[in-house]
Write a protein that binds this ligand. Structure first.
Ligand SMILES: Nc1ncnc2c1ncn2[C@@H]1O[C@H](COP(=O)(O)OP(=O)(O)O)[C@@H](O)[C@H]1O
Ligand SMILES: [Mg+2]
Length: 267
């Protein structure tokens, strides 16, 4: 019906993704994330400007309480899509919009957004858990995990107490809480990473294989935490390495396939 309205009005402006996103976020209170026709091409400058097309037009909408699991073979663009949604990679085309109560149109268009707007959105709305703890600063684990809450203005005592509760639940031994995670095992680092990503109860969560190096017991803890976040109303997009976790957390699956195209020399 909306498409008929478009053609009837003859207003080409209404066909633009930005206008469609605005209408979607105003009309649908549960809509948290909307991506339309997202493309991403990596240009290999050292190799004759050959372009690798990683995403060839991906669209998805995620509402509160949904967990969309991205499925597809290695190289299908799952991590690339999550990084584009987080604003880590700049999409080559298409629209990525996330609900933002502080924005005039109730959403922020990530592609082309000002860095300070993206940072505000990350503090208040969007959390991201990568497969590895990428930067390991010399900060005690407990403070590292509490930091996203402190950044939101939660009192330090309360933030630290919540960090400890979450670390205990993730079976990170108490003797490690006052140490920086640099020397921890891969699985311990990953659990610190998950605690830091989940503590602030972001309304949008992007999860890139958070359970990849965990044993079955800790995978089950992480699955429960993800299901709790979903039931609290978080909108989640994730990639999960094992079928058990996918089965537990997914409300829907989105298959991705690697676009085969190698694009010629950039014009
Ligand atoms: N930073 C990058 N530079 C160049 N190519 C990249 C980069 N990141 C990903 N790619 C390419 O994009 C494609 C998709 O990768 P990725 O998103 O990591 O897939 P998946 O997570 O589904 O395994 C792959 O061909 C990969 O080599
Ligand atoms: Mg990946």
């Amino acid at each position: 019906m909306t498409d008929m309205n478009h053609s009837a009005s003859g207003d080409a402006d209404q066909q633009r993704p930005g206008r469609r996103a605005t209408r979607a976020f105003v009309e649908r209170a549960a809509l948290m994330l909307r991506a339309e026709n997202v493309r991403k091409t990596f240009t290999l400058h050292g190799q004759g400007g050959i372009g690798i097309e990683a995403l060839a037009g991906v669209s998805l909408e995620v509402e509160r309480g949904e967990c969309v699991v991205l499925v597809g073979p290695s190289g299908a663009g799952k991590s690339t899509l999550l990084r584009c949604l987080y604003g880590n990679y700049l999409a080559s085309g298409g629209s990525i919009a996330i609900r933002d109560d502080n924005a005039p149109l109730q959403h922020l268009e990530i592609t082309g957004a000002e860095p300070h707007d993206v940072l505000r959105l990350r503090r208040n709305v969007v959390g991201y858990v990568s497969q590895f703890l990428r930067v390991i600063p010399r900060v005690a684990t407990r403070d590292l995990v509490a930091a996203p809450l402190v950044a939101r203005g939660v009192a330090e005592d309360e933030a630290l107490a919540r960090a400890e509760t979450l670390l205990a639940r993730l079976n990170v031994p108490q003797r490690l809480w006052s140490l920086a995670p640099a020397t921890f095992s891969g699985g311990e680092q990953q659990r610190v990473n998950i605690a830091r990503g989940l503590i602030a109860q972001h309304r949008v969560l992007l999860l890139d294989e958070p359970t990849a190096s965990l044993d079955a017991e800790n995978r089950a803890v992480v699955s429960s935490l993800i299901v709790e976040a979903r039931e609290r109303g978080a909108a989640i997009v994730g990639v999960f390495h094992d079928e058990d976790t996918r089965e537990r957390v997914a409300t829907r699956r989105l298959p991705l396939e690697a676009p085969q195209a190698l694009l010629g020399e950039a014009a």
